[in-house]
Design a protein around this ligand. Structure first.
Ligand code: G3P
Length: 217
């Protein structure tokens, strides 16, 4: 499973990229707003730090507006992917952009039907939002499982980016059910490498070593 960062925070991206853990980055208007920087500058900067795909979202509501924005944003760097919200206009835009060779990430996917339509329209990626499905009392992970089955049934090459990841369990389950990518927000980063028993183990090794050194005196 590839590991994307779901953030527009440059410092965090630099840190995780330096660890070799960043296969790509996803952003959205909320994340750009949180980072408090200019959209174009931020996307260009991220695209220069990360070799992999960097998703930047359009704000237009009609297919025409989305395509116009997308063509412009796609020129900012070679590794930019255009994030297009799901819907009739979004599907039209994805079809046009895919014919032009512009990569797209169809976002706000909440059903198998939406995922399948986006894939058939030519989306490079689809982004089902696990956490937001859990929020309304349904099972977000089941959507990832079902999308995996459907894309495989028909040999569709669209990749599944599991998004709206809130917990370590989400991340681990995504790997178990075959998401191609998990995009992880900053507050979940450290949960991926931390474990209480690891900390306890290190403390015990340190104590045992100290005892051994004292016994040699
Ligand atoms: O990638 C989608 C993500 O940014 C949304 O996450 O936690 O607001 O549902 P969340």
């Amino acid at each position: 499973m590839k590991f994307f960062l779901d953030t527009a925070d440059i410092k965090q991206i630099e840190e995780i990229a330096a660890m070799g853990l960043c296969d790509g980055v996803t952003t959205n208007p909320t994340l750009i707003g949180k980072a408090g920087q200019d959209f174009e500058e931020t996307i260009k900067k991220i695209a220069s730090i990360v070799d992999g795909p960097v998703s930047a979202e359009v704000l237009g509501k009609s297919a025409e507006d989305m395509v116009t924005e997308a063509r412009d944003i796609a020129k900012w760097a070679d590794n930019i992917v255009i994030k297009i919200p799901m819907g009739k206009e979004g599907l039209k835009a994805i079809k046009t952009l895919s014919k032009e060779g512009i990569k797209t990430n169809c976002t706000l996917i909440f059903s198998v039907a939406q995922g399948l339509l986006a894939a058939k329209a030519g989306a490079t990626y689809i982004s089902p939002f696990i956490g937001r499905i859990d929020d309304i009392g349904q099972d977000g992970m089941e959507l990832i499982e079902n999308l995996r089955i459907v894309l495989d049934n028909y040999g569709l090459e669209t990749e599944i980016i599991a998004a709206s990841i809130r917990t370590l369990a989400h991340f681990e389950q995504c790997a178990l059910v075959g998401a191609d990518i998990a995009t992880v927000p900053s507050d979940v980063f450290s949960k991926l490498w931390d474990h209480l028993l690891t900390d306890v183990g290190i403390a015990r090794f340190d104590k045992d070593w100290e005892d051994y050194q004292n016994s040699l005196k």
